[in-house]
Write a protein that binds this ligand. Sequence first.
Ligand code: C5P
Length: 210
Amino acid sequence: MIIAIDGPAAAGKGTLAKRLAIALNLPYLDTGLLYRATAKRVLEAGGDPTDVQAATAAARALSKADTSRADLRDAVTSKAASQVASIPAVREALLAFQREYGSANGAVLDGRDIGTVIFPHADVKLFVTASVEARAKRRQAEFIARGESVPLANVIADVAARDEADRTRAAAPLIPAEDAILIDTTTLNIEEAFLHAMQEIEKKLAASNS
Ligand code: C5P
């Protein structure tokens, strides 16, 4: 079974996807880590994340250790991830890994193009959104938990800029698949979002089996 979860930055996809993976007994892949790790490799080599050759070579050379790093979520890496993600050859280099991961034992995958490009025939597609303010507040709370203090206005600007870049790029832009179920988490806590998503998944699976 493939559950595809797409949506903009900090919409709660990761938290929701992890909960769903446990409840459904499926492996979980955070595909954003692939782009973040690619960006980190480029940055650490002193390269430019918009350089097609450097970014593509980094994506092709990606290892498990790169994606397991604990320092992939800072603002600089987030912006660079969005930049490398707009390069078609980078996306191409990361595509097979994502498909193989999901095809081995089924999976819950979260990202931007899981339901549109990676698994267009996923059993269930969720598109998770929330207002930009709600998303920025959640991201800011994560920064504070890590001991970093960033003004909310800066986080709103970063999140909005990354969404705009992800939505307007030519390669696999962030758009809901036609058959995606929309979940707005603006006023939902984690538990409510999880319960709502489980209900929607059960409904969808029941409809597909009937
Ligand atoms: O999900 P996360 O915020 O960690 O993703 C970081 C960046 O990686 C996103 O802003 C987006 O540009 C890119 N990404 C993507 N496709 C995915 C997952 C992430 O383009 N499937």
